[in-house]
Design a protein around this ligand. Structure first.
Ligand code: F6R
Length: 243
């Protein structure tokens, strides 16, 4: 595992954006696996700036996002499709038909998950999968549990995740209770993984995930087994790390 220590959030974002841009430059028709949440926003802004300046070309890039709330439409400002359009896709020269997010409006979970698995396999391997980590160690919406879930599946969000995500909603009661998420097997099949982590509040879970035992009770701990895994984290997030 490569670990890049960043001074702060801005530095972490620039370093992460550099790694993603290297991927796009080396393979202009690459498949990027993308994440939502607060952590990648700075990296997305940096990528958008480089694209605006003509230094980065997304015209052949394809993307697959990790997850989507079940029941939210793409027009809902809290949906992950809306988030991606707002924070990245509308600022870069990507073809919208090359961008993919699970269909939150598909009420039949089995149908939604199967359709998303088919989209992912039709693309071949994900070249680079960007990840954030939840306070309980979730990646995507793969919550702690008795086993590592394999492919796209429907999850019931834990109270901790609902609590963490309510900041994007008017009240906790508005946070959808279920979501569709890419599974651990699909994430682990990505050629490269880039985990971005920022802030003191993530220090404890980051230490558990990277330096603790590999267990489905800390879903991100499986990343220790990935062949090409890069962690970019700021000083605060790495503060409990032992070298
Ligand atoms: C979002 C996702 C989640 C987040 C995680 C951290 O697509 O997959 O696993 O990466 O909840 O979120 P932030 O970055 O908001 O702390």
């Amino acid at each position: 595992m490569k670990i890049y220590r960043a001074e702060n959030y801005e530095d972490m974002s620039r370093k992460a954006a550099s790694i993603i841009s290297a991927q796009v430059i080396l393979k202009p028709d690459c498949v990027l696996g993308l994440a939502t949440g607060s952590t990648p926003v700075g990296a997305y802004q940096q990528l958008a700036a480089w694209c605006r300046e003509g230094d980065l070309d997304f015209s052949q890039v394809k993307t697959v996002n990790l997850d989507e709330y079940k029941g939210l439409s793409p027009e809902n400002p809290q949906s992950y499709r809306f988030f991606m359009n707002q924070n990245l896709f509308s600022h870069i020269n990507i073809s919208m038909e090359n961008t993919h997010v699970p269909d939150g409006l598909e009420a039949d979970s089995q149908k939604a998950c199967q359709a998303y698995n088919e989209i992912i396999s039709s693309m071949g391997a994900i070249d680079l999968q960007l990840l954030g980590i939840g306070h309980d160690g979730h990646i995507g919406f793969n919550e702690p549990g008795p086993a590592f879930e394999q492919e796209t599946h429907c999850v019931t969000l834990t109270p901790l995740t609902i609590e963490a995500n309510k900041r994007f909603f008017e009240k906790a009661g508005d946070v959808p209770r279920q979501a569709y998420t890419m599974g651990i097997k699909t994430i682990m099949h990505a050629r490269k993984i880039l985990l971005v982590v920022s802030g003191q509040d993530k220090a404890e879970i980051l230490k558990k995930a990277i330096q603790g035992p590999i267990t489905p009770e800390v879903p991100a701990s499986i990343l220790q087994l990935h062949q090409d895994m890069t962690l970019v984290a700021d000083e605060a997030a790495l503060s409990l790390f032992t070298e």
